[in-house]
Design a protein. Sequence first.
Length: 407
Amino acid sequence: MVRADRSRLSLRDLLSESAAGILQRPARSALTALGTVLGVGTFVAVLGLTATTSSQVDSRFNELTATEVTVEDTGGDQPDLLENAFPPDADRRIGALNGVRDAGVYWPVRLPPDDLVSAAPPGTGEAGERTQVVAASPGVFAAAGPLLEQGRTFDTYHDRQGENVAVIGSGLAARLGITTLETAPAVFVGDHAFTVIGIVEDVERKADLLLSVVVPQTAAERVWGGPDSGERAKMLISTELGAARQIASEAALALDPAHPEHFKVVPPPDPRSLRGSVTSDLNQLFMLLAGICLVIGAVGIANTTLVAVLERTGEIGLRRALGARGRHITVQFLAESGALGALGGLIGTSLGTVTVVALAVFREWTPVIHPATVVTAPGVGLLTGVLAGLYPAWRASRIQPAEALRR
């Protein structure tokens, strides 16, 4: 390069000069590329893990949400005249439908304002607590899928005889000081005692049962009356996989062939829309994290490139004096920042892929990574590096040879 108007910068020279600039300070270059590594790695891992877990989300929704149907008692056109539209044998009627596992009717009991729940009789001085009491048929717990810590749930005998028995959650039992059923403990709801026959540790459906005192519906009707007009009865139905939609279309007619309009059946939501909603939320959250990492990486590359420009002012001035054009300087520094971004993108893509595969193997899932993700991820790193190097490269191209050589 003798004359400035005829100077050229070949691709080979550009690559060699860029590599020399990067390798001149390897530790700084590695730290500069680290932000891009994290950003692109997070990008690949997010998309890969989202695709991998989609089938798992589908499976979970199919096993629980897609096998649950709820029937609400609306009372028809005149709900005030019909306290409870569910027939006494509602559990049996729904249970006779093909595809139904279990079904039960329940409603929240409307307690008098002064009725508190405690483990000691009123007048003993022990403070009670305001706890929801739920009246339920025997099929409710079967449909909820309980995991019992102690004892059992009530059955058709308790319901038919109107026995004062109760089932409570383990958390409520701990608050009331009930640790064992061997002494036949009781919970007192106001002045009424209910023998605790079961403590439930967990349920698959209707988790609010764990926070309630659940009693047979016949006992609740005898003590407090039927469902309140503001909180009408509902039915919980668990079905075989794939039968929920069919059961939802038949339930109202099976309960009351003459007045199916007294019931509102709530079928399970579409698992695909549920999965799409969950996947979308996860994507937005983790893509934001990946974007933040990329921004941090871009700032790191821009800062390092700008420092390199200041440190190499003399070198830049010498190149300009020997005939290098401003655009040659610009391209050289853009090539260096782009190379750092591309290198970070390649390493980040590899780490993200390894993360997805390792997690899938650990959880015994099938890893899923879309080829487009692997192909475009290094390009994202390259683009990040080029954008980060625009300002430093422009600053380098504006350095005047005479001013640079005086420093």
